[in-house]
Write a protein that binds this ligand. Sequence first.
Ligand SMILES: NC(=O)c1ccc[n+]([C@@H]2O[C@H](COP(=O)([O-])OP(=O)(O)OC[C@H]3O[C@@H](n4cnc5c(N)ncnc54)[C@H](O)[C@@H]3O)[C@@H](O)[C@H]2O)c1
Length: 314
Amino acid sequence: MRIRQSLVTGGAGFIGSNLCRALAARGERVRVLDNFSTGHRENLAGVEVELIEGDAADLATARRAAEGVECVFHQAAVPSVPRSMREPLASHRACATATLTMLEAARQAGVRRFVYAGSSSAYGDTPTLPKIESMPPDPRSPYAAAKLAGETYCRMYHHAYGLETVALRYFNIFGPYQDPGSPYSGVLAIFITRLLAGQPCVIYGDGETSRDFTYIENVVQANLLAREAPQASGQVYNIGCGRRVTLNWVYDFLAGELKVNLRPRYEAARPGDVRSSLADIQAAGRELGYMPQVQVEAGLRATIAWYRRAPEGV
Ligand SMILES: NC(=O)c1ccc[n+]([C@@H]2O[C@H](COP(=O)([O-])OP(=O)(O)OC[C@H]3O[C@@H](n4cnc5c(N)ncnc54)[C@H](O)[C@@H]3O)[C@@H](O)[C@H]2O)c1
């Protein structure tokens, strides 16, 4: 039997490294393309991958990475709304240009399927919940606009070139290997590591901001399904849990689990951040067979356990 060869761009990042671990555990060949702008080599410690260090927005590098690959899981991006507000051109390059370049490389290399990490930020701040794929997108930050442009290019490559593309709109993913170490990091990674260190946390806004926080295992499952689903090419699917919780709820849950008695500090809401987010996941259920296996409480407990064990500096 032929061993499957995949490419994971951004494979040294949080989501990419978890995906690499899952693919390698299935005995598949995994190649990673990463420029280490936000990812870390240590995230791939103990995982058998072929590593190409380079920029996904560079066509020659992208071509080399896509050669002989059956499926590209395109995770590479600089995933931060506030950072994109400060650096819109850099955000466009890392999110939109890199996606177009990888699509073109995949087309030239004869890749069968291209699974794209989209973002729920594409929906913007519409008050209607849950967010459903048929809603008109309304990006409110350079990051959201660039991620949406990536989706548009995916759909276009499906129609214009017959490359099978599937876009997954992730809703606030959390879990092991998420980097807590920058002001742009995901909020749960920051909360958990600060509370473990007995340090206070900042909540931007009144804490009633809500999110469909989704544990990483669910996202890995969605990617593996999206690689196979026969009707999925050219489509966009929400990937979340279909349940939203507020930052105040998450904070209280974590403080309770960790038995920490520290109140959060509230600061002004950040520009570009959306107020509420909740995924309608029926389309992913119907067409990909996606069903979240790990709910938010179990995911938070597993993430706490991982950060307790994680080596110093992670
Ligand atoms: N984490 C979330 O909640 C979330 C939500 C929605 C969408 N996403 C999307 O999921 C993907 C992965 O996000 P993550 O949370 O794992 O972020 P991450 O920062 O941990 O991983 C991104 C990886 O991409 C690499 N990278 C960035 N630009 C690159 C380039 N030009 N060439 C090669 N490699 C490059 C980084 O070094 C890093 O390893 C991103 O596309 C992001 O937009 C994430």
